[in-house]
Design a protein around this ligand. Structure first.
Ligand code: SAM
Length: 311
């Protein structure tokens, strides 16, 4: 993009916000007004040295506050379609603020909903006596990236043993940083192999693996240019090669009655539901995201191995 968003000497926050919104809109940013305000909040926080809510941004704009110095370069960067979260170095996820940046997948709002389902199922396992009410259950986040799922599980159901597995060393550094104070065990390596020695012992697996079918979509620049490739593509024509392999591994790790929930592309629901049943899961369900699209498949490991499952 050739246009630039220059600092205007003595410009008010109010005027700079309007200009930023228009600039981001022209640059093709999906939510230009929200992003302009979020960047202003971040720049004001840096300048004032204290937290600044979006409501406060509005109040300060009304009161004639000057635009913060750092806003221009932030808006400029966002206009180049650098993800907002890379500019601020932070991503909100449920009650947490995670550290993110180049080299790690930015957690998405739909994965917050995956955690809701995982926690509801975990509480159901407790009610059914399939999880230990004293805690000490094994909860896994396979393909952990920023550690979002693991961190949420550890925060919202404390007292359990939570493991996070991440293959990419750069991403795993974020997994470790974001879960360091939460007692999560981070394993760096292939989720088709790790953790070892816990087969048949895991109560719950919540996973958002790479699943995009390559070439199926025109990805936005924020995704195509900034999310790591390893985080995106599931492999094979349908993007299902890795998710299906992970399903097989999850079936080995779970104990009988244990719960698996997997996020996936909205085209993959029927194939995954069939694969869950074939892999020995029961009460298999397809769950929808905020947009009403089938985004997660979940089920409980059955007490008996499936019959007539073809390899
Ligand atoms: C879609 S991202 C999800 C990250 C995080 N769970 C979230 O929801 O924000 C998928 C993650 O899986 C990791 N990954 C890809 N292949 C893997 C493998 N074989 N074993 C472990 N992690 C893998 C990627 O590096 C990436 O961090």
């Amino acid at each position: 993009m050739s246009a630039s968003f220059e600092q205007v000497r003595g410009e008010s926050l109010d005027a700079a916000l309007s200009r930023a919104r228009d600039f981001l809109q022209v640059a093709g940013v999906a939510s230009p007004w929200a992003d302009a305000q979020l960047l202003a909040a971040y720049a004001l926080e840096e300048e004032l040295g204290e937290p600044v809510s979006l409501g406060r941004v509005q109040s300060l704009a009304l009161l004639g506050q000057p635009a913060p110095q750092a806003l221009a370069s932030l808006v400029e960067g966002r206009g180049q379609r650098i993800p907002l979260q890379h500019l601020t170095g932070q991503a909100p996820f449920r009650s947490l603020t995670l550290e993110v940046g180049p080299g790690v997948f930015i957690p998405r709002p739909e994965t917050e909903l995956l955690v809701d389902h995982a926690l509801a199922a975990y509480r159901q396992l407790l009610a059914e006596g399939l999880a230990d009410a004293q805690g000490d259950n094994l909860l896994l986040d396979l393909c952990s990236g920023s550690g979002a799922i693991a961190a949420a599980l550890a925060t919202e159901e404390p007292g359990n043993r939570v493991l996070a597995v991440e293959l990419d060393p750069q991403a795993a550094a974020y997994t470790r940083r974001n879960t360091a104070d939460l007692g999560v065990e981070v394993l760096e390596g292939d989720a088709l192999e790790l953790p070892r020695g816990l087969e048949g012992q895991v109560a719950l697996i919540a996973t958002n693996p790479p699943y995009i079918p390559r070439g199926a979509y025109q990805l936005e620049p924020e995704v195509a240019d900034h999310d790591p490739e390893l985080a995106l593509y599931g492999g094979g024509a349908e993007g299902l090669d890795f998710p299906l392999a992970l399903l097989g591994r999850a079936a080995e790790l779970l104990k009988v009655g244990g719960y698996l929930i997997m996020e996936h592309d909205d085209s993959q629901g029927p194939a995954l539901a069939a694969a869950f049943a074939a892999a020995g899961f029961e009460r298999v369900e397809s769950l929808q995201d905020y947009g009403g699209k089938p985004r997660y498949t979940a089920g409980y490991k059955a007490s008996r191995a499936p019959k007539n499952v073809k390899e």
